[in-house]
Write a protein that binds this ligand. Sequence first.
Ligand code: DGJ
Length: 741
Amino acid sequence: MITVSEQEKVFHLNNGRISYIFYVMESGQLGHLYFGKALNRDADYLHMVETAYRPMSTYMTEGDMYHSYEHLRQEYPGFGTSDYRYPAVEVSGPDGSSLVKPQYQGFRILEGKKPLPGLPATYVEEPGEASTVEISMRDDWLGLALILSYTIFRDFDAVARSVRFVNHSKTPLFIGRAMSMSVDFADADYESVQLSGAWARERYVQVRSLGPGVTSVSSMRGHSSHHHNPFLALKRKNTTEQSGEAYGFSLLYSGNFLAQAEVDNYNVLRVTMGINPFGFRWKLEPGAEFVTPEAVTVYSEEGLNGMSRQFHRLYRTRLARGFWRDRERPVLINNWEATNFTYTEEDLLRFAKTAAECGIELFVLDDGWFGNRNDDMSGLGDWTANRQKLPHGIEGLAEKIGAMGMKFGLWFEPEMVNRDSDLFRAHPDYIIQTPGRSVSHGRNQFVLDFSRREVVDAIYVQLYEILSKARISYIKWDMNRSISECYSAAYPPERQGEIYHRYILGVYELHERLITAFPKLLIESCSSGGGRFDAGMLYYAPQGWVSDDSDAIERTKIQYGTSYVYPLSCMGAHVSACPNDQVGRITPFETRANVAFTGAFGYELDLNRLSEEEIALVKRQVEFYKKNRSLFAKGDFYRLISPFEENFAAWEAAEPDGQRAFVTVTRILSEVNGPYRRLRLCGLCPDRKYRIRGKYLSYEAYGDELMQFGMRLEDKSSGQVIDGSGHCEDFCSDLYEITAV
Ligand code: DGJ
């Protein structure tokens, strides 16, 4: 999959569907040639290099008025040269200069892909799945080596990149910027797509036209954030969900990040992605190494859906790991929205009994079970059962839940502490705070300094104790505030720029230790909903709570946006009570389930408050999901109608061989006497006949008709209700099953 023309030093990564091509410039820097649909392996493509004499440019060698880094498309640009765009790397040496001019030294090709120490990374399982080329660069003046790693996959249209920095000098170097990837596209006629929002409206799809200058998304909050996801896509103006060119860039990282598209004044586009350089300064001692997080770049000519399918397949099978990766996820019930902090053991058991009768498989006890935790003022950091609420402890409760035939899961917020806790009283110095300055709180809590090994150890010991004593099959790992006043008491002044990154390394380490000690533990990540819903977390926690907004209509947008990168198997999606906790909206019970089926399904309400009719519905929903969950989790996902653009949301999950599919159509507001509607489906076999089953609708049609003319909808607003019984109401949804006959 990787060819190198030794003479011209052109590197061509090609898996038969995509090509990624770069070369070594005469000056020794790496130049970018092409990324996109696969090109012939025989050409050298050096004629793609474009440069010209342009006044007011600066040139590399005297007498030459032609070669300027400003006009050469680059691969991993240094800093302080004749290139005036944002660099990929900035390092300062002992003389105080920050000039970095990495020069090509050599390369090696490896079968497969190496793990990244202490960081999440995609991986391979069998020989032949991927090839990696490592390019060695060096700035001799600084004594800095950069090893650029590129992996191309046989089965995914993706290139994974990361960079290793090594200090070969005798003095410390300071890294100010260490992007995971950088690539210069030959033109900038793209729109950028980002997933942005805020708490309870995470990952809304935002499209912007690129223009001269910088378009970026980033986080400075210490976690990837509700506000911007570590992701960026580029699409042509005519690219749709189903067709056209799309590039996706995703960072496997859960801390401060930057994803940036810079259009220069010659219409060249530079995309860079990595740790946010703002607030980052890493001291690299002689002989030491620093490894950047991994960035994954995907190309598709099948529109944004094509891009997403590449991410889904790669992340579901070669980023998520362990016992739960391919297993069906249990239908769960979580008590948070039903009880908040206030409950007794009897309440929980009553709650669980009904859940077990409904066929629910996992009971999750959320916040409030530990320490002196009756509200959000106290208790975080003390991970032992609150005996007033749980007289038999977690072991006792877990046993009783187990006897009902359900697994037991528990909420933790390992990275946080309240002032009113035994942990804080014993170790007030364990929190992140700047000495001599006031410290901000979020939800009355403080962030434990996970850059310190002893702090991570102190939490690990507590978690280990409880997880090894009680029968706990699942944990919900929450994280409910951002970092502020970032400073660690354990590090010297010149290392304070490392703390944000070291913090995330500590979070990853604790995850790794837990899944090593308890390999069958299912971890669901959470951060006030989706505040750390990123590809980095997926390596440790195969599912994540998508958002604290559990309203079905809001969820059509949130899940629609989330699906741009993340597979359905990882999206925690629950049916909750109405009026909804966050928006006060009342939606049909059926709609709530239809939307939640396209995720890791569960409930977030007190079943004992439901009517008999609703309980019967819950039983049917649970049964339905158990029967079909593997199609939802492992099928190919297609977004069909965007709730950001229409009064509808529609999506489809289809078996990869096109034999069976489910289509979910949610109408937001009711319409009166609306038009006839059809929905063009995807991923079916054109020559196969299918049976279409909706609530009222049942007919047969060939795949080509369903994909070209469309599937009829039983939308009540368009006068097509088969039995004439449906009245038109807001927030209706329909679920259609399409089966090859
Ligand atoms: C925020 C989470 O997103 C909720 O689901 C819940 O676990 C609360 N924290 C508990 O404090």
